[in-house]
Design a protein around this ligand. Structure first.
Ligand SMILES: C[S@@+](CC[C@H](N)C(=O)[O-])C[C@H]1O[C@@H](n2cnc3c(N)ncnc32)[C@H](O)[C@@H]1O
Length: 273
């Protein structure tokens, strides 16, 4: 791996947080699949495009981009060894030949100048040591006129179902998050302010930051969602009365296609001059 500007995030995504994402690849992909239409509408990948997927994780969006861009080449870049292992395995299993992965910090990686038509990310651009420097590096990787498209979390707000349920869950669990979880959550929220997004994209043109409401699938049914939520906290258990309260809070969102909670993201697009 090239120099990583933020060793704390490297530890997070190569430690228990990254291991959890790798072990629960299917769950995270189900949870985040609601973002794909928004992301790929914004990215407008067409056949022949060269695409860079930043913070590609287990590569779900890299594989979608590869299908859309074929015969163009797609590269997923990430700092997490366990997630890149999953990405490579899934890509091989699906017989996708035009996608490759690089273990590197997208902030510091010397990408080929002008080497990409599209840079995209599903929630992988919030963890940089220096966001402005990272987006300058990504602009350099884009050809003039190339597109940047990403989605990142928006502040939950009082009407966010996801925000309300996760807030309740946090109170029920009542456990101090570990240092890795704090680092991950803090970084996750680093681009919630749209003015901050515009600030770090200085140097791009046609910057648009649009609020989008999406549904996240937290489990097949209520017990499955509870099991997943509990797997994300140390100890992983709740006393019976608190468990019942959590199940009660999730029940209204149980549908034939999973426990679906609405939440918000920013859809961000920009063009390299
Ligand atoms: C919230 S996960 C999203 C993963 C993936 N995009 C998805 O939608 O499943 C954030 C990802 O960003 C990666 N990441 C964090 N900092 C990074 C950096 N500086 N350069 C490249 N990837 C990074 C993490 O390892 C992790 O895989």
């Amino acid at each position: 791996m090239t120099f990583v500007a933020d060793p704390r995030q490297a530890a997070v995504w190569n430690g228990p947080v990254g291991a959890h994402w790798a072990a629960h690849q299917d769950r995270y992909d189900a949870m985040l699949a609601g973002l794909n239409d928004t992301l790929f509408d914004a990215a407008a990948v067409t056949p022949g495009d060269r695409v860079l997927d930043v913070g590609c994780g287990a590569g779900a969006t890299t594989r979608i981009a590869a299908r859309l861009a074929a015969p163009g080449q797609v590269v997923g870049v990430d700092i997490s060894t366990p997630l890149l292992e999953r990405a490579r395995a899934s890509t091989a299993a699906e017989g996708i030949a035009n996608a490759a992965y690089e273990c590197a910090d997208a902030q510091t990686r010397p990408f080929p100048a002008g080497g990409y038509d599209v840079v995209l990310s599903r929630g992988g651009v919030m963890f940089f040591a220096d966001h402005a420097a990272a987006f300058r590096n990504l602009a350099r990787a884009l050809r003039p006129g190339g597109r940047l498209a990403f989605v990142c979390p928006r502040p939950p707000g009082p009407h966010s179902e996801e925000g309300r349920v996760l807030g309740l869950f946090g109170r029920l669990v009542d456990a101090e998050p570990g240092p890795d979880q704090v680092a991950a959550r803090t970084a996750m929220a680093s681009l919630m302010d749209p003015d901050r997004i515009r600030e770090v994209l200085a140097g791009y043109e046609e910057v648009a930051v649009v609020p989008v409401t999406v549904e996240a699938v937290w489990g097949r049914d209520v017990p499955d969602a509870v099991e997943f939520l509990l797997s994300r906290v140390p100890g992983g258990a709740l006393p019976a009365s608190r468990l019942a309260e959590l199940e009660e809070a999730l029940r209204p969102f149980a549908t034939d296609t999973g426990v679906r909670l609405r939440g918000g993201v920013w859809r961000v697009t920009a063009v390299r001059p």
